[in-house]
Ligand binder design. Structure first.
Ligand SMILES: *[C@@H]1O[C@H](CO)[C@@H](O)[C@H](O)[C@H]1NC(C)=O
Ligand SMILES: *[C@@H]1O[C@H](CO)[C@@H](O)[C@H](O)[C@H]1NC(C)=O
Length: 558
C-alpha cells in the first residue's frame, strides 16, 4: 500500500516536474517568408515598403546579415527542418512538383526534437516537402498540428494551386486544417488567415506547455499564372508612390506580412508569453525579381535572384529577437546557415545538444548569439548541384562560385526599386516605435532603443556595393570561369579575385571535392498526374499513393 502510494507520488512528481520544465522552456516562433527579397524589409535600407513591426523586432534583436539559405524552396526547407545540407539529402535541386512522388527522406526533423522536450508543435502555412502519401505530410513528421498547404504555392483568396504539365492545367484546392480541407477560409486573405490561426493558437495555449511554431507564410510567393500577385485593394492604395502596379501589389503583400507579425507579437504580449519567447525571421531564398514565379521582389543591391548561388539568391533577410539575448540590438555579420536553426533553437529550448544527431551540418550558435561570442562557423557549403554542375562555398571572407543555374540567364543585377518610385517616402522611425510589435517590445523588461539608434543600426545593416572605380575583374561563371569574391568588402560580387589568390581557389575547390563525397544524387522526378489529378479528389490536392478516389481514408496520423 505504502509502496503503491510512493510510486504514484513519484509519478505525480515526475509529471509535475516535466510539465514545469516544459513551461519554463522558451516559446519558439520560426517565421519563414517565401521568396522575400533582401531589399524588401525596411531594416536593409529600402524606403519603398515600410515594415515597422519587422524592423522593431530586428533592431531590438540581432540582424543576421550573413544568413545563408538554399537558393530554392524545397531545398531550403529541407535544410531547415533536418539541420543537414540539402545536397546530402538529394534535395539540392528542383523543388517538388504538385504531382511528384518525392519527399524529404526519413529521419528526425526539428519539430520532433521539440516534442521530445515536451513542446506542442505547430506548422502554419507551407510544407512543400512531399505529400504523395499521408506519412510524408507534417502530421507524420513531428508537427502536432498543421494548418496550411502542401504544395509550392496557393492563390491568396481561394487557395487553389494550378500546376501546368504538358500544356495542361491541373487545379486543386490546397488548404488543410489537421488534414481536412478548410473550405471555410475561402474568400479570406491567406496572410490574415495564417496570422489569425497563429494568434488563436497563442491565445488558447495551455501556459504549462511551451509552443514551437513554424509560421511559413505563402507571402510573397507568386500565385497562379494570370493573377500572380494578390493583396487587399485598401492596402495596395497605400503604395501610390510606387509606379509599377505589380511592384505596388507586392509591396501590399509585404505590408500584410508585416501586420501579421505585429499581431503575433501583440498576442504574445497579451498572453504574457513575450518575455519567454524567441522569434526568428528568415526568407527561404532570394526573390525571383524576374523569370519563373516572378514576384517583383528586390534583392538590391545584391547580384542574382532566386535559384542562383549569387548573394541575391542565397543571402536571405533574417533576424532573431528574444529577451533572452543578452547582447542584442546589433548587426551580426558572422556566418549563419539555415541548418544552424535546429541545434541553435534546440539549445535555446534547454535541450541537451549531445542528444542531437551528431551527423548534422548545422552548428549550435545559441551562446554566440546570446553573448556576442565569436561564431563557431567558418564556412558554409552553399550548394552542390550535380545536375547543373553549379556549386558555391563560403570560407571565412571568401566565396567561390563554379558553374551556373539556368544557363546563366539570371547572373546580373535586378530590382533597383528607386527607379520605380514616383516620390521616395522618408523612413519613419516613430512608426516603428509605435507599431504593435514596437509597443509590445517596450513592455518587456529591458532598455528600449531610441529612434536614432534605429537609424544607426539601419545604416550598419545596409549593404553598399564597391565604388565604380573598384568594379573591375568582372566574372560570369556561365562562361566556365571560377569566380572568387571577398564578400565583406564586395557583397555585390563585382570584383573577381581568383587570379590574385590562386591558392585560395585551389583550397576551396579541394573543399568542394571533399564535400562532394557526401552528395546524395537527386532522384528522378517521377510525375504521377494520372493518379494525383485533383479531379479524382473533389478538386483538392490530396495524398494519392494508396488512395484511389475521394473516399480515400482521412489522415489519422501522429
Ligand atoms: C540551357 O541551354 C540548353 C542548351 O541550349 C537547353 O537545352 C536548356 O533547356 C537550357 N536550360 C535552361 C534552364 O534554360
Ligand atoms: C510616422 O509615424 C507616426 C506614428 O505612426 C505617424 O503619426 C506620423 O504621421 C508618421 N509620419 C509621416 C511623415 O508619415
Amino acid at each position: 500500500m505504502t509502496r503503491g502510494f510512493s510510486v504514484i507520488f513519484f509519478g505525480v512528481l515526475v509529471w509535475f516536474c516535466e510539465r514545469t520544465k516544459a513551461a519554463d522552456n522558451p516559446n519558439i516562433f520560426l517565421i519563414v517568408a517565401d521568396d522575400l527579397g533582401w531589399n524588401d524589409v525596411g531594416f536593409h535600407g529600402g524606403n519603398q515598403i515600410p515594415t515597422p513591426n519587422i524592423d522593431a523586432l530586428a533592431y531590438n534583436g540581432i540582424i543576421l546579415n550573413s544568413h545563408y539559405v538554399q537558393s530554392t524552396c524545397t531545398s531550403s526547407r529541407s535544410a531547415l527542418f533536418t539541420g543537414k545540407y540539402s545536397f546530402r539529402l538529394g534535395m539540392q535541386g528542383d523543388s517538388i512538383k504538385a504531382a511528384e512522388k518525392r519527399a524529404l527522406p526519413e529521419g528526425k526533423l526539428m519539430p520532433q526534437y521539440f516534442k521530445d522536450l515536451g513542446y506542442e508543435t505547430h506548422l502554419v502555412g507551407k510544407w512543400h516537402l512531399g505529400a504523395s502519401k499521408w506519412n510524408e505530410t507534417p502530421a507524420a513528421r513531428g508537427f502536432d498540428h498543421h494548418f496550411g498547404f502542401f504544395n509550392e504555392f496557393i492563390s491568396y483568396y481561394d487557395y487553389l494551386s494550378t500546376w501546368r504539365y504538358n500544356d495542361k492545367d491541373f487545379t486543386g484546392f490546397d488548404l488543410r486544417r489537421d488534414g481536412e480541407p478548410a473550405f471555410d477560409e475561402v474568400g479570406k486573405y491567406s496572410t490574415d488567415v495564417f496570422t489569425d490561426h497563429a494568434v488563436k493558437t497563442i491565445e488558447n495555449n495551455d501556459v504549462n506547455k511551451a509552443l514551437f511554431m513554424t509560421i511559413a507564410y505563402n507571402a510573397a510567393h507568386a500565385a497562379n499564372e494570370g493573377k500572380p500577385l494578390e493583396a487587399p485593394q485598401e492596402t495596395i492604395n497605400n503604395f501610390k508612390h510606387i509606379a509599377d502596379s505589380n511592384r505596388r501589389t507586392y509591396a501590399a503583400m509585404i505590408s500584410k506580412l508585416d501586420d501579421g507579425i505585429g499581431a503575433l507579437v501583440e498576442a504574445l504580449d497579451k498572453k504574457g508569453m513575450l518575455p519567454n519567447s524567441v522569434i526568428v525571421f528568415i526568407s527561404d531564398n532570394g526573390a525571383p525579381t524576374v523569370g519563373l514565379s516572378r514576384n517583383w521582389g528586390s534583392n538590391y543591391p545584391l547580384r542574382g535572384i532566386k535559384d542562383t548561388l549569387f548573394e541575391g539568391g542565397v543571402r536571405g533577410a533574417a533576424f532573431i529577437w528574444s529577451p533572452l539575448l543578452v547582447q542584442s540590438a546589433r548587426v551580426s555579420t558572422d556566418l549563419v546557415h539555415i541548418t544552424d536553426w535546429l541545434p541553435t533553437l534546440y539549445s535555446a529550448a534547454n535541450g541537451d545538444i549531445g542528444a542531437v544527431d551528431p551527423d548534422l551540418d548545422g552548428i549550435d550558435q545559441w551562446s554566440s548569439l546570446v553573448y556576442d561570442l565569436p561564431s563557431p562557423r567558418n564556412d558554409i557549403l552553399i550548394n552542390i548541384d550535380e545536375k547543373t554542375r553549379n556549386a558555391a562555398l563560403r570560407f571565412y571572407n571568401w566565396k567561390l562560385i563554379v558553374g551556373t543555374s539556368q544557363n546563366g540567364t539570371y547572373n546580373e543585377y535586378y530590382g533597383d526599386t528607386v527607379l520605380d518610385n514616383i516620390e521616395e517616402p522618408s523612413y519613419n522611425t516613430s512608426a516603428i516605435y509605435e507599431s504593435p510589435a514596437g509597443r509590445a517590445i517596450r513592455k518587456v523588461n529591458y532598455t528600449p532603443l531610441t529612434e536614432p539608434e534605429y537609424e544607426g543600426l539601419r545604416a550598419t545593416s545596409t549593404l553598399k556595393c564597391l565604388p565604380p572605380k573598384a568594379k573591375k575583374n568582372p566574372c560570369d561563371p556561365a562562361s566556365g570561369a571560377v569566380c572568387l569574391y571577398d564578400i565583406p568588402s564586395d557583397a555585390c560580387e563585382e570584383n573577381d579575385l581568383a587570379k590574385y589568390f590562386p591558392s585560395v581557389v585551389r583550397r576551396m575547390k579541394r573543399a568542394l571535392v571533399d564535400y562532394r563525397q557526401g552528395l546524395v544524387p537527386q532522384a528522378d522526378q517521377e510525375i504521377d498526374i494520372e493518379n494525383a489529378d485533383p479531379k479524382l479528389f473533389k478538386y483538392t490536392w490530396n495524398p494519392w499513393v494508396d488512395c484511389s478516389d475521394s473516399t480515400c481514408p482521412s489522415p489519422n496520423i501522429g
